[in-house]
Ligand binder design. Structure first.
Ligand SMILES: Cc1cc2nc3c(=O)[nH]c(=O)nc-3n(C[C@H](O)[C@H](O)[C@H](O)COP(=O)(O)O)c2cc1C
Length: 190
């Protein structure tokens, strides 16, 4: 059976480049993976009081339970001020609590950053990886994926047409599928 993958997109923008890349990654995934985007824009800002004796918002609970059902997680993020957008960090924080019950724990993961700029979101990519170490998400190391100059790789309708980028994204998803298999037993989904 195909491994179900939660795809988390770090932009809420309607015309987001990052979401476009996420959609292409979903299309290019090998048959052993079944990826789908799970939304994060509905999550109220994290407030620890609501987990410590308060009432957690329904949207947090639904998100945490949903994340737990997946076999792996793929983060596709833009870069804001050389880090991850707050909306993505909020989703990561929400999923990580209550303490000791993180929904991310041991799920095989991968990170890909996207930017119209030349650096390809390197800063966001590595800040995110830092959190994933703490969250015990075994994260695909190579190929590293910093997709820069994204606007120039798309046609006028915003469709990703650059062959070399498409080839790279396919290779990335194949490597991620192998990574998910290799880490599946450890994550309890094997
Ligand atoms: C608050 C903010 C900070 C940004 N900081 C960076 C940055 O550090 N590096 C970068 O490459 N682009 C930066 N950008 C430009 C984004 O890469 C660009 O807006 C991109 O389109 C966002 O991704 P999206 O198209 O998926 O929404 C920033 C944009 C905003 C709104």
């Amino acid at each position: 059976m195909a491994r179900r993958i939660a795809v988390i997109v770090g932009s809420l923008r309607k015309a987001s480049w990052t979401r476009k890349v996420a959609q292409v990654l979903i299309q290019l995934a090998p048959g052993s993976l079944q990826p789908e985007i799970i939304e994060i824009g509905q999550l109220p800002l994290y407030n620890q009081d609501l987990d410590d004796g308060g009432t957690p918002p329904e949207a947090w609970t639904v998100f945490r339970e949903r994340v737990r059902t997946y076999d792996g997680v793929l983060f596709v993020t833009p870069e804001y001020n050389r880090s991850v957008p707050g909306v993505l960090k909020n989703a990561i924080d929400v999923g990580s609590r209550p303490y000791g019950k993180s929904a991310w724990d041991r799920k095989p993961g991968a990170v890909i950053s996207v930017s119209p700029g030349a650096v390809g979101g390197f800063g966001a990519n590595h800040h995110l990886r830092q959190s994933l170490v703490f969250l015990n998400v075994p994260c695909l190391q190579v190929p590293e994926a910093y997709v820069g100059g994204i606007a120039s790789k798309c046609d006028e309708e915003g469709v990703l047409t650059d062959d070399s980028t498409l080839g790279f994204l396919r290779k990335f998803m194949t490597a991620f599928a192998e990574w998910v298999e290799r880490n599946a037993v450890a994550s309890g989904v094997g």
